[in-house]
Design a binder for this molecule. Structure first.
Ligand code: 4NP
Length: 157
């Protein structure tokens, strides 16, 4: 393998979807024995330095993972050189990332469900304005994507 992989998940606020994607991906990489740097960020700055949404913290806890120490940050131009993979949680996030990508960006950009067979081109719906059920669905989707992306990295795809 070449450069050590580093994966950044990006949503809008970095308090609901991308922290769950980060947690699911960390768990999946650990299971696969994949050494990888993992982080998450938001395209927006409203929640910078905040902990994840309480509903996201509870959803991760249901899967045995504590994300209460995560803190939100905004994605930055430097991330396009620091990470090998940047994964957008929805199509708007992907479009916004393309707008801020600097010239010479090396990170490979993708949409989260591109990593799930049969769901390429789909994003994960924002669960912010719904109830706990939305967060359970988010977990299922980001877990499937995490498994797919870990497998792709491990096999060098
Ligand atoms: P996220 O959810 O992008 O999954 O973290 C959101 C959280 C907050 C807001 C929007 C989406 N907001 O507008 O404050």
């Amino acid at each position: 393998m070449g450069r050590r992989p580093a994966v950044l998940f990006v949503c809008l606020g970095n308090i609901c979807r991308s922290p769950l994607a980060e947690a699911a991906f960390r768990a999946e990489a650990m299971r696969a024995g994949l050494e990888v740097e993992v982080d998450s960020a938001g395209t927006g700055a409203w929640h910078v330095d905040e902990a994840p949404d309480g509903r996201a913290i509870r959803e991760a806890a249901r899967h045995g993972i504590d994300i209460s120490g995560y803190r939100a940050r905004q994605v930055a131009a430097a991330d396009f050189g620091r990470f090998t993979h940047i994964v957008a949680l929805d199509r708007t996030n992907l479009a916004d990332l393309k707008k801020i990508a600097p010239k010479g960006a090396t990170a490979r950009l993708s949409l989260v469900l591109d990593h799930v067979a049969g769901r390429a081109g789909e994003g994960v719906a924002d669960p912010y304005y719904g109830g706990e059920a939305g967060f359970a669905r988010t977990w299922d989707e980001v877990s499937a994507a995490a498994a797919g992306l870990v497998a792709a990295i491990v096999t060098g795809r």
